[in-house]
Design a protein around this ligand. Structure first.
Ligand SMILES: Nc1ncnc2c1ncn2[C@@H]1O[C@H](COP(=O)(O)OP(=O)(O)O)[C@@H](O)[C@H]1O
Ligand SMILES: [Mg+2]
Length: 347
C-alpha cells in the first residue's frame, strides 16, 4: 500500500479542525484500503506505533498527553504496516473524542502468551503468542450497550459529521484478517483500553528459544482468599482459576460486601480485588480498610488499566500490588505466591 509519511502528513495538514481530522483520515484510509490489498510484511509494531504517534503529535490537542510504554524485546508480527498506523491513529482519535476536557492517552506494546489454561479467561483470547498493542484513555468510558455495538460498521455515538462509525469496524476487520483479536476493557467514567492481540510471527528458532511450558504447582492452597469483583463472569472465572491453583476462595461482588464479610470473618489471608467497582467502595477503599483493620491480611488488586493510567498515586503511596488484566494462570499464581511469601518474610 502506498501511504508514505508525506501523504500522511498531508492528510493531517489538510484537516482544518481536530474534529474533522478523524473523519477525513478515516475516509481517506478506507478509500486506500478498498483500492489495494493488504500487503503483509514481517515487522516490529513498535516502529509503526511510534510512527503513528509522531503523526498525531500536536494535532491531538493541548489538553491531552500522549505517552508510550513500548516493550523493547517485542516479538515480530506479520501485518500491513499502514494498517497498524491507521489503527493507532484511529484509536487515539477515539480516545481524544472521549476526553473533551483533556486527559491521558497511553500506547503500550507487550508480548503476551495465553496457554490452554487460559482459554476461559475473562478476555477469551485463544491460546497462543501475541503482540498486545493497546491504546488507553481516562475518558468517558463506554456503557455495556455501546461496547457491544462498537464493531458494527457505521455505529457511532458522535453527532453527524463528526463520526463515521467505521474506525473500530475497520480495525476489527484488519486484526481478524491478521489472525488476531480485539478486546475492550472499559469503565464508565474512568476510561477505556482497546487491546489488539496480533499473532506472533514465528521465525526459525533454536530449540532453547521455544517457550517452555510452565508447570503450575499448587503449594499455597491453605491460604484463605476472598475474591472481590463486580463483574459476575470475571468473578466466576477468577474463582475457577483459583480453584485450579488449589485454593478454595470466598467471593463477594463489591467493596461494601467485602467489608461486611471481613467484619464477620477476619480469617482471610489474601484479598484479590478489582479496582473499579460499582457499589460505593473501590478496590483502593477496600485495601485501605484492610490496612487499618486487618493489617495481617494482604491485598492484591487487579485492573484492566495499566499502572501508568492509574488516576491517583494510591498504588504508590500504599505500596499496593496491582496485577494487570488480562493475566494468565501462571501470572496469577506468581503474584499470589510473591505476596504470600512476603508475608512470611515480614512476620
Ligand atoms: N476510547 C473510547 N472511549 C469511549 N467510547 C469510545 C471509544 N472508542 C470508541 N468509542 C465508541 O465507539 C463508537 C464507534 O467508534 P468508531 O468505530 O471509531 O467510530 P466513530 O469514532 O466514527 O464514532 C464511538 O462513536 C464511541 O461511542
Ligand atoms: Mg473513531
Amino acid at each position: 500500500m502506498d501511504i508514505t509519511d508525506e501523504s500522511h502528513r498531508e492528510l493531517l495538514n489538510d484537516a482544518d479542525s481536530a474534529a474533522q481530522m478523524g473523519t477525513r483520515l478515516t475516509h481517506r484510509l478506507l478509500t486506500f484500503a478498498r483500492q489495494s490489498q493488504l500487503e503483509p510484511e514481517v515487522l516490529n509494531v513498535n516502529d509503526h506505533a511510534l510512527g503513528a504517534m509522531e503523526l498525531l503529535g500536536s494535532t491531538i490537542g493541548e489538553t491531552i498527553t500522549l505517552s508510550a510504554n513500548l516493550a523493547p524485546d517485542l516479538w515480530r508480527i506479520r501485518a500491513d504496516s499502514s494498517e497498524i498506523e491507521n489503527a493507532v491513529v484511529n484509536l487515539a482519535i477515539n480516545a481524544r473524542d472521549a476526553m473533551p476536557e483533556g486527559g491521558k492517552i497511553q500506547v503500550d506494546t507487550k508480548n503476551v502468551s495465553f496457554s490452554e489454561n487460559d482459554i476461559e479467561d475473562d478476555f477469551g483470547v485463544p491460546p497462543g503468542d501475541y503482540v498486545n498493542l493497546s491504546v488507553s484513555d481516562n475518558g468517558s468510558g463506554m456503557t455495556d450497550d455501546v461496547k457491544s455495538r462498537v464493531f458494527e460498521p457505521f455505529f457511532t455515538t458522535k453527532e453527524s459529521g463528526k463520526g463515521t462509525g467505521l474506525g473500530l469496524a475497520s480495525i476489527h476487520g484488519f486484526v481478524y484478517q491478521s489472525g488476531g483479536h480485539v478486546r475492550i476493557y472499559s469503565e464508565v467514567g474512568h476510561g477505556t483500553v482497546i487491546n489488539l492481540y496480533l499473532p506472533r510471527h514465528l521465525e526459525t528458532r533454536t530449540p532453547q528459544e521455544t517457550a517452555q511450558p510452565t508447570r503450575i504447582e499448587s503449594t499455597n492452597g491453605d491460604a484463605r482468599i476472598l475474591v472481590v469483583e463486580d463483574n459476575d463472569m470475571v468473578r466466576k472465572v477468577t474463582v475457577k482459576r483459583l480453584r485450579a491453583l488449589g485454593f478454595n476462595p470466598e467471593q463477594v461482588s463489591n467493596g461494601t460486601e467485602a467489608v461486611n464479610f471481613l467484619e464477620i470473618d477476619a480469617g482471610i489471608d489474601l484479598i484479590l480485588s478489582d479496582i473499579v467497582m460499582g457499589g460505593g467502595l473501590s478496590g483502593y477503599d477496600v485495601a485501605r480498610w484492610v490496612q487499618s483493620n486487618l493489617p495481617q491480611c494482604k491485598v492484591l488488586l487487579t485492573s484492566g488499566f495499566s499502572e501508568q493510567m492509574a488516576e491517583d498515586s494510591d498504588v504508590q503511596t500504599a505500596k499496593l500490588k496491582v496485577l494487570p488484566k488480562p493475566y494468565n494462570l501462571v501470572e496469577l499464581q506468581q503474584a499470589i505466591s510473591s505476596i504470600i511469601e512476603n508475608k512470611t518474610a515480614d512476620a
